[in-house]
Ligand binder design. Structure first.
Ligand SMILES: [Zn+2]
Length: 400
């Protein structure tokens, strides 16, 4: 069960309502000060803090350490990188076993929060080779032996709201999922997100925009996920540029909320082909996640806008698909797929980021093939328009 608590917010959110899966939410400027009370208590005396090396201090979150240490023994671990891999997780699992926490507190961007989730998911596994085998088997995370609290310091990943996490095995991207990856509590404090660089804010914010758009047209979308995604998209499109340019409090609040709602949306609907292609772009070309997704999102929008009924996955209602695409186009102020793609690409450029595959060095057919080879077929089943390898390569070419 979950409960939602709403602090002051710029434009909502609407209550999500009873029966909603996902973490309890504490939202608002200063919410982070409630973390010691929310995490530590009678049955929680040992807390493993998983946080970024620098962002923990820079974001202002570090001020919770002293009050937390008055309530519980705290061990801090920061031995993971962006896009964490199996070997780093194995190191973290050794720390987890030695320390024996009752709770894990993940504070940071998507990587810190995903790592915190994965530590509980694989807590019972010893050693890198067993972990590799378990991760490759597509382990489901159904139970965990302690509490989980997640605190984002960036606005974009939505990882504090989802029941899945990304883990790399070399260049191979694994998606680990299960109900135990839902945090007990998500603490979304917009004030923590204002210390990031403009580029960080732009790439993370674009991730939220892409998540909201993909969620709207996902095969797995529900009426609830569409409502959450629409709200998220409106907030993010209205405030992302202001947040990147100035990082003011009002824009930070809207982006924090929009990102969280986008996370709640993809938690239900999952993401689609633009996300599926992005992981290879990140690993093979070193492009930061949110930017990697944005490189093809516009081309997918145009392709989805022009899809004939026979191009759609089985079971996708052409009218519902057209309505979802229309919502995305309306949000972007566009009348056609081509205009939508242009508006989206223009936004990416105004944020100061590369907007097409060729701008990050993806120019040859061989590179496109290598990317298509990384795509997880299961992910594509959630994309409303069917794509085979040939068509994906063609879309990458068209993306410019
Ligand atoms: Zn993402």
């Amino acid at each position: 069960m979950s409960a939602l608590e709403h602090g002051a917010s710029p434009a909502g959110p609407e209550p999500i309502g009873p029966g909603d899966a996902g973490p309890m939410l504490a939202y608002g400027d200063g919410a982070v000060d409630r973390v010691p009370d929310l995490v530590a208590g009678e049955d929680v005396t040992r807390v493993l803090l998983v946080c970024g090396r620098r962002s923990f201090e820079a974001s202002g979150a570090a001020r919770i350490l002293e009050p937390l240490e008055r309530r519980a023994a705290v061990q801090r671990w920061s031995g993971f990188s962006p896009d964490p891999d199996v070997d780093e997780l194995a190191d973290g699992l050794a720390v987890l076993r030695d320390f024996g926490p009752d709770a894990i507190l993940g504070v940071g961007g998507g990587s810190a929060m995903d790592t915190a989730k994965l530590l509980w998911a694989f807590a019972h596994i010893e050693g890198p080779s067993d972990l590799r085998a378990a991760a490759r088997d597509g382990a489901r995370a159904d139970t965990r032996s302690g509490r989980l609290c997640l605190v984002p310091t960036t606005s974009g990943s939505g990882a504090e709201a989802t029941h899945f996490a990304v883990l790399y095995l070399g260049e191979e991207k694994l998606s680990i999922a299960g109900p135990s990856l839902h945090a007990d509590t998500a603490v979304v404090d917009p004030a923590l997100t204002r210390s990031g660089s403009p580029t960080q804010r732009a790439t993370s914010g674009l991730d939220a925009v892409c998540q909201a758009i993909e969620s709207l047209w996902a095969v797995g979308a529900t009426s609830t996920s569409r409502r959450l995604a629409s709200q998220a998209l409106e907030l993010a499109l209205a405030h992302l540029e202001g947040f990147v340019a100035g990082g003011g409090a009002e824009d930070a609040r809207a982006m924090a909320l929009g990102s969280h709602l986008a996370g709640r949306a993809i938690d239900r609907s999952k993401t689609t082909a633009a996300h599926a292609l992005s992981y290879g772009v990140t690993k093979q070309h070193g492009v930061v996640h949110g930017n990697a997704v944005a490189l093809t999102l516009g081309a997918f929008l145009e392709s989805h806008a022009s899809a004939a009924p026979e191009d759609l996955q089985e079971g996708v209602d052409p009218e519902a698909h057209a309505a979802a695409v229309r919502r995305v186009l309306d949000a972007l102020g566009a009348a056609t797929g081509a205009e939508g793609r242009e508006a989206f690409t223009a936004l990416v450029r105004r944020l100061g980021l590369p907007a097409t595959p060729s701008e990050v060095g993806i120019t040859s057919e061989e590179q496109r093939r290598a990317l298509v080879d990384t795509v997880n077929v299961e992910r594509l089943g959630n994309n409303p328009r069917r794509f085979d390898a040939e068509e994906l390569a063609a879309l990458l070419r068209r993306a410019g």
